[in-house]
Design a binder for this molecule. Sequence first.
Ligand SMILES: CC(C)(COP(=O)(O)OP(=O)(O)OC[C@H]1O[C@@H](n2cnc3c(N)ncnc32)[C@H](O)[C@@H]1OP(=O)(O)O)[C@@H](O)C(=O)NCCC(=O)NCCS
Length: 493
Amino acid sequence: MWEETKEITEIVLRAARKASQEPISQSEQALPGKAIHWPVECAIGPGLEGAIACESKVGYVNGLQGQLVYRGYDIFELCAYSCFEETCYLLLHGRLPTSSQFGSFRKQLAEYRHVPKTLRLLMSFPVEGMNAMGALRMGTNLMRQEFTFGDLEIAKPDIAQAHESDEDTISSEADPGDKAESFYSFDTTNTVVLTSMEETIAVSGSRKPAKGIRHQEVLQDTSSLDSCCHLIAGAPTLTAAIARIRNGQMPIEPDPELSHAANYLYMMTGRRPTEIEERIMDIALILHADHGMNASTFAAMVVASTLSDIYFSVGAGIAALAGPLHGGANEQVIHMLRQIGGPSNAKEWYAKARARKEKIMGFGHRVYKAYDPRASVLGPLARHLALENKEAQVLFRTAEALEKEVIADLGQSKSIYPNVDFYSGIVYSCLGIPTDMFTPTFAVSRVAGWCARVLEYLKKNRIFRPRAIYTGRLGEKYIPIDARHSAGKPSKR
Ligand SMILES: CC(C)(COP(=O)(O)OP(=O)(O)OC[C@H]1O[C@@H](n2cnc3c(N)ncnc32)[C@H](O)[C@@H]1OP(=O)(O)O)[C@@H](O)C(=O)NCCC(=O)NCCS
């Protein structure tokens, strides 16, 4: 599959060999092919540590051995030989596709990558000033628009009317910015014309789907496999558009000839990536696609378990991923490395950060007590990309120096090693992705895992409803406000 980029495959295979030589402490329980008997007994810590919420065949994280598996396939193997589209198919369907299945799946993704109505709605909001994850979350919700109208069973609005009312509210909008200017206007045939200084792109907003898009016919069930493909395909288009709008530029339409990874970079940067860039982006997407019952996956599953739908579930996943303890760490890492300023400052910076009892971004993991296999791949890829990029070279050498300090101090004693977010930011920067789009880029990939796990869970759905141990007071008597002496303290009567 990747004839032209053999050197990158070699980097992955070398990382795999190195990881396999790491000392293994113990092995973690996996029950391949066996169902567990409920109820299960397990020790639970705060943050649901150790809790078993469901069974899954989607993926497996062996934190003690530093092993990550999707549907039985080791992550190194997938990075070396597969591609993101095939990995999505594997996650969703549970098996690798035949060539005809793969062809149809890629075609479907190519169709669903066009989300003109959603973009049109998204651009009616001040995306320029919004948090990027907030904008993406809103965008995935807007992809649900057909159904949102459908939900209003009484007096379902006509979509053409909805378009007209849109026109009234935002006949034009401007973002002069420093360098670029963009303004949007709507013509009377419901075609939205996006205009910038240099380019004019017409995106169909009519009721008839353009370019064979068949959302209206197919997406009847908002938690179907089709809806999942819609979200997997649409998320990069939205993310790239958000990046461009925030930069005072106009969105770029997907190119049906390009792969998922290449399209993402092309729609974001306006430049078709080289084969090496495409390949590295593709590997980064594979590495982030699924990761057990992490916070965002769990958030998506909790929402789905109420029989809400996949669009709302993915929105919940995006919200959870935004936090700095989860997906937001990749942005924080780059800020941290810039703050350190160079490899020679790493030792002193780390000593001060430890003295302040700060957590070092990009290190530690709830599950991994060994080197995160995703970091094992991303580190060497960052090194490779940084060879031809001076700024990235400094960042990479600073990261290497910091990694040495942290592992020397906390590796043995607390099993703290670099996680997926430590090197991903350097990789993304070299690929032309702006820092504030790192976490949305994580979401572009993870949407596959969220969908696969939600679809699996819904087959035997039971609404999530854990308990909290009540440690508050009982038997309080209500005191009228005028009789209360001080806040929070019950008055003596
Ligand atoms: C990922 C993370 C949230 C896991 O949290 P957790 O499982 O709840 O682990 P805890 O926060 O309880 O940490 C356990 C111990 O390791 C230490 N630790 C964990 N991560 C650390 C880090 N990044 N830097 C320094 N110390 C760290 C904690 O201070 C704690 O020490 P203590 O036992 O002396 O109190 C945590 O490691 C972290 O905040 N990392 C930084 C953010 C990050 O990179 N997130 C991306 C995850 S992919």
